[in-house]
Design a protein around this ligand. Sequence first.
Ligand code: PFF
Length: 445
Amino acid sequence: MDQSKIWKGNWTFVLAAAGAAVGLGNIWKFPYLAGESGGGAFVIVYLLCILLLGLPIMIAEIYIGRYGRKSPINSVKRIINDFNLNKLWLILGWLGALAGLLILSYYSVIAGIAASYIFSSIPASELNPAEYSVEHYSNFKSSPLTMIFWHSLFIGVTCYVVGKGVVDGIGRAINILMPILFFLVIVLCIYSSVTGEFIKTFTFLFNPDFSKITPEVVITAMGQAFFTLSIGMGSIMAYGAYMPQEQMIGKTVLIVIFLDTLVALLAGFTIFPIVFSNPELSVFVGKGLLFESLPVAFHSMPLGAIFHSIFFILVSIAALSSSVSLIEPFTAWIEEEKIFSRLKGVIILGLIAWFIGLGTVFSDNIWANYEISGLNFFEWTTVLTDQFMLPLGGLLICLLVGFFIPRVELEKDLNLTGNISKVFSVCLKIVAPLSVLLIFGYALS
Ligand code: PFF
């Protein structure tokens, strides 16, 4: 890689990785999965997965990217060549590229809903805001054309940004907007905890009922840990290619993981107090939870309509900084291999993701009754990607780095010494792969 492309300073990588990690996964998905899967039981497994799987896998993934300094597929290829490994490892790169497209397909539909909410706060005169909110979401999702409009708009903007080159296209905007979102989520969290049911929320999220830990809850929590951290598919690997050689990967990863988990928990403490204090709202509603509950809080707030719009603008931008990282690895590979120009490549990939996304749009309306094994199209896409492809990618990453990169090489590049190096090695070779395998086995049991 051209050395001038490597990012200067440590913060650029942190912000890019946090931009990829913090998104709908934290603000939309974490609360709804926690709600559906029994609160504390889900949260405890989720936090364990973040620590035991997320930490070592993210380090290993960034390592591969920084070592290869190319798109994920070609970085893996470089490792294969340099260490004389079997070509089958390339599956890792391809699996990730495909997972990125599939995730983008539904991510864009949900991000489209968030973007449409910029313009739809609850009217101030409304006497029953919770009922209004539930009805508004229900009307929105029953119209495929409206959903397709916003889905197309969001994918169009994603492709535009990636076409321009991620760093120039969005880097600077993110540096300013992400901290604002972070600040706003803290303010919202305080508001809703003070005005809503804080104690009930705390008990719901942190007092696990262990009898609720079922195979389904465990695999959902693992999938969410991979999804929220953007690991297992090359997205963080692609950014690793730009990380300065002297930057400490371990410390950086700790910061990214901390920020990501904090935003998810804050989102939980913003949404659940509202849900618990409004009998019209339920924690079990699934993917509409964010869209049904938050507008109710804005409705009761001074200047709520303005906060409502600002919040959904920022959520759309956080989603954008994640969606670009979903399609970047594949696009970078197309550009490197000179198959098409970056712009042409991203347009083709965007169209594919757009088309698959129609399945998610229709899951809410014209295909609402079509289910296979109890899951609709949207649910199948999430299960396939979060609960299967990302963990499988993560497993391969652990095995590749843990067993096939010489330990001295790793210690030198990761700046590891003594006990820390030993612990990392055990996590990478045993704890993380075994956990993924056990969870896969448990889920199938
Ligand atoms: N981590 C992102 C979120 O929480 O919204 C979603 C995501 C981005 C998943 C990039 C996977 C990925 F590669």
